[in-house]
Ligand binder design. Structure first.
Ligand SMILES: [Mg+2]
Length: 252
């Protein structure tokens, strides 16, 4: 792939530029069982090569950071998990400030979700729990209702995710706050995402742009890509294959 012109400014100053990406639907094709999601072959090597060349490279995902460590880790690549609730610093997993005290509440809600049997699948993350209805869409309304009542009971936050609802500590962490911290001080930043949760990262890019930073919003097309993501993107590429080609186009 020839490098899209939008990225020329970023590619021309790698020592002051950051390359950030989502994981599911962006590096890894979407699959029904979230634990079977794998990045396309060559993705980790590509991110590692980018980290050799660019000031900062990172993956910002809704996944537990442990999953990212096992599936996409490469030297020099920053990993942010659970929408910024945790990240890897010097090889160690660290929780965002204030998150740790919610761990037991989250575990308790996950157990109650298992007992209630309302979701198709209860996914225990490190500091949040996801209630999936992907393969059983008739459960959607009941899952949302149950999550809302648990949020009211516990103080956790209920957030709509991809064919799922997440219950998470009410810390106002999202991909935008994560990207805002991760990419602070850079002269050029791009982010690749495919879903609603990535709009917050686009918001962070908008804020960077107001401050004079060169930004590129990259949408990754899938049948489920929200219209808003496509309309706000500077470039849209086709699926994880297109995303990987675009990342590779940033290398010499
Ligand atoms: Mg995604």
């Amino acid at each position: 792939m020839q490098r899209p012109g939008f990225l020329d400014v970023l590619a021309a100053q790698p020592e002051r530029a950051g390359v950030y990406t989502d994981f599911d639907g962006t590096l890894a094709p979407i699959v029904d069982n979230p634990y079977e999601a794998r990045a396309l072959p060559g993705s980790a090597d590509t991110l590692g090569a980018l980290a050799d060349r660019y000031a900062r490279v990172g993956v910002i995902s809704g996944r537990p950071v442990r999953y990212l460590l096992d599936n996409i880790a490469a030297p020099g690549v920053d990993l942010w998990g659970e929408y910024g609730l945790e990240r890897v610093v010097d090889g160690e997993i660290r929780a965002a400030e204030g998150a740790e005290e919610w761990r037991r509440v989250v575990e308790d809600v996950a157990t109650r979700a298992d007992d209630a049997g309302v979701a198709e699948r209860v996914e225990r993350k490190s500091l949040s729990v996801t209630l999936h209805w992907r393969a059983e869409p008739e459960r959607e309304a009941a899952v949302h209702k149950w999550a809302e009542s648990e949020a009211t009971r516990t103080g956790l936050e209920a957030l709509a995710a991809r064919k799922a609802v997440e219950l998470r500590p009410p810390l106002r962490r999202d991909k935008g706050t994560a990207l805002g911290e991760a990419a602070a001080g850079l002269a050029a930043v791009c982010f690749l995402g495919d879903d609603r949760g990535d709009l917050a990262a686009f918001d962070a890019l908008d804020r960077f742009a107001e401050g004079g930073v060169n930004v590129t919003r990259i949408g990754v097309r899938s049948p489920e890509m929200p219209e808003e993501l496509g309309s706000r993107a500077d470039i849209v590429v086709d699926g994880p294959e297109g995303a990987l080609e675009l990342l590779q186009s940033l290398l010499p």
